[in-house]
Design a protein around this ligand. Structure first.
Ligand code: B12
Length: 220
């Protein structure tokens, strides 16, 4: 249960994102850390909650793209402060992951949160950024010999591109494990596209990645 102070700061973080008030977000993030509270909670129960509300306002046509861009800036201002303090328990497994948002899609907040979780657990992340062409994923997996490729898509239109990326990677390296995610992606879609895994959020993504790497190491 969050204390009254925690609740107040979580609301300040969420409202700061919704009202694209970078200063309020920064203040709340700093105060949160000064109190020695868990930064993961501030990110997921504060910043991300605020962004979910922005999505609702966009759907109701109260917000448009310019507002969403400012909300994203406010979220990133908070994440910049909290990220260096985010920690995860020692998960005992480490690996390399190629990560990116698929071609045509610039929604990178979710991907960056998955990255934060992976890095906190000691994984090496080769981040290709957003709007990444198919062949970049294939090249980077081969170049780095990463065990996992993590693909993110936030639009139904761009999600379909994942199928071709999965096929191309598997052709070049059948051993590479591919996990996909993003709001429109489901377990069913992941199975249909031939992915090895799907997770609905960043902490489940990390759990899946640990399982995938453990299973690969059991094979060798
Ligand atoms: C913020 C936002 C934007 C910002 C993005 C800023 C940025 N730097 O990311 C901007 C303003 C740029 C934007 C633009 C557009 N957007 Co927009 N946007 C959103 C919004 C409101 C929030 C997305 C978000 O950040 N959520 C918060 C994060 C934390 O959640 P998440 O991304 O889902 O990530 C979590 C999980 O999905 C998972 N995950 C994510 N990736 C991965 C990867 C792996 C491997 C795994 C395992 C898990 C995983 O873990 C994450 C953390 O827990 C959504 C609304 C919504 N309901 O999602 C619309 C939304 C995604 N956008 C939409 C649209 C239509 C657009 C535009 C086309 C609008 C326009 N007319 O121009 C453009 C497209 C630009 C492009 N080519 O990509 C639609 C997509 C509709 C659809 N089904 O296809 C949505 C759903 C809004 C809506 N209801 O219509 N958008």
């Amino acid at each position: 249960m969050a204390t009254e102070k925690e609740q107040e700061l979580l609301e300040k973080l969420a409202n700061g994102v919704v009202n694209y008030d970078e200063e309020a977000v920064k203040e709340a993030a700093q105060e949160w850390l000064a109190l020695g509270l868990d930064p993961n909670k501030a990110v997921f129960d504060g910043l991300v909650k605020g962004m979910q509300e922005c999505g609702r306002l966009y759907e109701e046509q109260e917000y448009f793209v310019p507002e969403l861009l400012m909300c994203a800036d406010a979220l990133y201002a908070g994440l910049d402060i909290l990220r260096p303090h985010m920690k995860s328990e020692d998960v005992g497994v480490r690996g390399q992951v190629v990560m990116g948002v698929v071609q045509g899609d610039v929604h990178d907040i979710g991907k960056n949160l998955v990255k934060v979780m992976f890095e906190a657990a000691g994984f090496t992340v080769h981040d290709l950024g957003r709007d990444v062409p198919l062949e970049k994923f294939v090249e980077e997996q081969l170049r780095t010999d990463s065990e996992i490729v993590a693909l993110s898509a936030m639009m139904t239109t761009t999600m379909v591109g994942m199928k071709n990326i999965i096929k191309a990677i598997k052709e070049k390296n059948p051993k590479a494990k591919i996990m996909i995610g993003g709001a429109p992606v489901t377990e069913d879609i992941a199975a249909k596209f031939g992915a090895d895994g799907y997770a609905k959020d960043a902490s489940n993504a990390l759990k899946d990645a640990i399982n995938m790497i453990s299973s690969l190491r059991d094979l060798t």
